[in-house]
Design a protein around this ligand. Sequence first.
Ligand SMILES: [Zn+2]
Length: 489
Amino acid sequence: MAAGAEYDLVIRGAEVAGGLGRPLLAADVAVVGDRIAAVGDVPGRGGVEVDGTGKVLAPGFIDVHTHDDWAVLSEPDHACKVLQGCTTIVVGNCGTSVAPGGDRMVAGGGGFATIGGYLDHLAANPASVNTAALVGHGSVRTAVIGLRDDRPATPAELAAMRAHVEQAMADGAVGLSTGLIYEPGKYAPEAELQDMAEVAAAAGGIYATHMRNEGRGLLDSVAETLRVAQRTGGKVQISHHKASGRGAWGLVTQSLAMIDAAIEAGVDVMADQYPYTRGSTLLEQVVRNGGLDGTSEEEDLTPGQVLIGAAPHHPEWEGLTLAELGAQWGCTGREAADRVLEGEGRACMVILDTMTEADVETVMAHPSTIIGSDGIPLGGKPHPRLHHTFPRVLGHYVRERHVLDLPDAIARMTGRSALRFGLVDRGVIREGAFADLVLFDPAAVADTGTFADPTTVPAGIERVWVNGVCVAADGAHTGARPGRPLRRG
Ligand SMILES: [Zn+2]
């Protein structure tokens, strides 16, 4: 602390969002060390004084749905998230985690023996953001049974899988995730999901699920998810809630009604969402599930709807659709898909144009929805949600479209997210909470990334602090890495 100063930092006169949805309130916020020391009229001087007049000060955004497990190790500055105001990420989504030994949606391979080992590694090698981890059912099943074994687990295997989840929860994982369109998650019958989710629930963790079918079978998938939640009695999170593919458009009205009914019946269910009408996943998954052959149970795609986002061995393919590649190569788009898979395998991520704007807004407006990017930090042209999710909600959906009001939108990125994932003293601005903060200009905040140019810096994010340390100022990273692993308390 500077001589004569009573606080390390005081941000003065911003409109403060507490993180729980109440109206903004003009106030000063003072920080000592890694915690908020005072909120209100702060007479004492700060070692650093920041003028927040005309700006909004919010808790740092919590990205509850990421695939940043490896990126936060290999690029610890994690600028893609820090520059959009994120101060905490939840990794291990869609069934894939670094432990035990997972290497699926997160390239880099290898893995850790345990979630505890991963969190310890993060403590010793800090990143700029805080990291909480889910343990992935797919990674557990791969370790115990294998990636491509299309059969139920034996009782001995089930016991071994349960032991892995128990270990992860004891290590401080915030819950369990599944990815039921991917191998090996798709081979797990409902009873197995229930068995695993029970372990997470017993430890107070959440069960987050990329459901079996987000297309024509959306409602059956929601029903399965709700049955699991009902039986375990634990928290359940529907990952990236959406209706994918023209045949499914409009079904979110019914899936939201099912969620409402379940909440009324006492089920603790919520969902997360990224604010775009395009999704992104592995090309391999699209091909293996018959998405290009008219045989998918989920959705039918044309080669023109499939855009290459990541092709690390052939960056010249990135930014082109399968239809465009086929035209270049004198083959069909379907054949182009095979050729891309031969060249890239699991490294190829694609962007799929499959949703409708009305559904995105319907899901966003529902009280069960919080925000998570689902960004995939791979390749040269990743889906822009990786860099722009939070500014896009605040700019496009709050300021321009009025789908949410500002305090409500912020709560869905901060306080409600922290509560959901058991992150204690995070996601709120109050005395004693951790000083994870973002100062932004509500008139200017906006996503600037496009599908052609997705890795730009968002507009209007002026300052970001993690544990009291400034990690970004005026769109530039400061180089500070004050992030911590967050273990479920
Ligand atoms: Zn997913």
